[in-house]
Ligand binder design. Structure first.
Ligand code: AMP
Ligand code: GLY
Length: 424
């Protein structure tokens, strides 16, 4: 079948790499893609939110499967748009606009978890109508206080305030000064949970589900988990503390109730759920839901997944997910992300990247922010490359990626040398 994939990051390069291996994949198109996806299929210059143009392209190119990488088009209703097109016969991997609120609205997801008794931090929500009440709530809240803009805020909408004054300032910035526009007109205030985070990935048709992998992400720019938050500087899998007992708790207390909740409430959901969890003294709590795969988690989860991904998408669409068995590569996988100088603050683009001549079989260079200019591949974003490797254990996989990174260069290049440090 012909496939159109939306997005342009490392996650999309990994999705394209995995789908391209399927015997069921004929032509693969990526909109808009990057220099890495261009080697696997054809990049097409269509915006991820331009559904009309995507539809014309799908009809002209006999696309039967539309896979959505990033959250934006999902929250904007790409699933519903295509579902209503009688002249297009394909299917979309992704939740409905309503279901995508699990990521698109913190208040929606907290209420959903409350209705289905899914463990998460205690919370309250406020907007301009009960702003004064919110200030009192903050003043009486224990420290630290977690404040979350309700809507999508490009990963910047969560603040962990360590004083009441800071929390009150953030609260006012978000609601009164509309720091994130409409996205912060409502704010969720929640209890701070202390523990190690892990991301769990599930494919669901809204009734059945399969766990397709998990990973630990390193979000801070600096070694030892210091400095500003980024989109993710590296990932490892499998995570040693996600053992059988912990996974059983995750399934029975979080995944099953979530999927049952979607089913009971008749929420259309045929796609990925990314559970952002925290391990609090051996008990899993939900920090957030995302309605897509993670980046850079995808760059380690898909290399470890042995199943044919296109086949899984078809099983999902046909309601046959329960008949499939998920298989994982025995090896560990790690990815280390090379970023532009200055990221996550301001950075320059257009730096020429040089690559090693030979890449050993146990490593894959996934492109994130790259594009082709003439004969060169140049930087085109903050996160530039995600170098993934297999290894006997996490330490070996990380070391292998770092060896490859020594052979890669572009002006200002930076990467964390300590990915997976707790597990070596
Ligand atoms: P989110 O956008 O909801 O993933 O939040 C971003 C990050 O903030 C998470 O990955 C956590 O590291 C942190 N965070 C969010 N909520 C909490 C919480 N209730 N307790 C502790 N840390 C949190
Ligand atoms: N790596 C975190 C995310 O994709 O949201």
């Amino acid at each position: 079948m012909n496939i159109l994939l939306l997005g342009s990051g490392g996650r999309e390069h990994a999705l394209a790499w995995k789908m391209k291996q399927s015997k069921l994949c004929d032509k693969l198109f990526i909109a808009p893609g990057n220099a890495g996806t261009a080697r696997l299929g054809k990049n097409v210059n269509i915006n991820v939110n331009d559904f009309e143009q995507q539809k014309s392209f799908c009809i002209e190119n006999n696309i039967e499967l539309l896979v959505v990488g990033p959250e934006d088009p999902l929250v904007n209703g790409v699933y519903d748009f295509f579902k209503n097109q009688i002249d297009w016969k394909g299917f979309v991997i992704g939740p409905s606009k309503y279901g995508a609120q699990l990521e698109g609205s913190k208040a929606f997801s907290k209420k959903f978890m409350q209705r289905h008794n899914i463990p998460t931090a205690d919370y309250a929500e406020f907007d301009a109508t009960n702003f004064e009440e919110g200030k009192k709530y903050i003043q009486q809240h224990s420290l630290p206080i977690v404040l979350k803009a309700d809507g999508l805020a490009a990963g910047k909408g969560v603040v962990i305030a360590t004083s009441h004054d800071e929390a009150l300032n953030v609260f006012e910035e978000m609601i009164i000064n509309k720091q994130f526009g409409e996205a912060s007109s409502k704010v969720v205030i929640e209890e701070f949970l202390s523990g190690i985070e892990v991301s769990i990935f599930v494919l669901t048709d809204g009734k059945d589900y399969k766990i397709i992998g998990h990973a630990k992400d390193y979000k801070r720019i600096g070694e030892g988990d210091t400095g500003l938050n980024t989109g993710g500087m590296g990932c490892v899998t499998p995570v040693p503390f996600v053992d059988k007992i912990f996974m059983q708790k995750i399934e029975s207390k979080i995944i099953r109730p979530t999927v049952d909740g979607l089913s009971k409430e008749d929420i259309g959901y045929k796609g990925f759920i990314f559970f952002g969890l925290i391990n609090v003294n051996g008990e899993p709590f939900v920090i957030e839901y995302n309605c897509r795969m993670g980046d850079p988690e995808t760059e380690v989860v898909l290399p470890r997944l042995k199943n044919d991904l296109v086949e899984l998408f078809i099983s999902l669409h046909d309601g046959k997910l329960s008949e499939t068995t998920i298989e994982f590569d025995e090896r560990a996988c790690a990815t280390v992300v090379a970023v532009s100088g200055g990221y996550p603050g301001d950075y320059e683009k257009g730096k020429v990247i040089s690559f090693p001549e030979d890449i050993p079989g146990e490593s894959i260079i996934f492109h994130a922010g790259t594009k082709v200019i003439g004969n060169d591949i140049v930087t085109n974003g903050g996160r530039v490359l995600a170098v993934t490797s297999y290894g006997k254990n996490i330490g070996e996989a990380v070391q292998q990626s770092k060896n490859i990174l020594k052979g890669i260069s572009f002006e200002g290049m930076n990467y964390r040398k300590d990915i997976g440090y707790e597990f070596e």
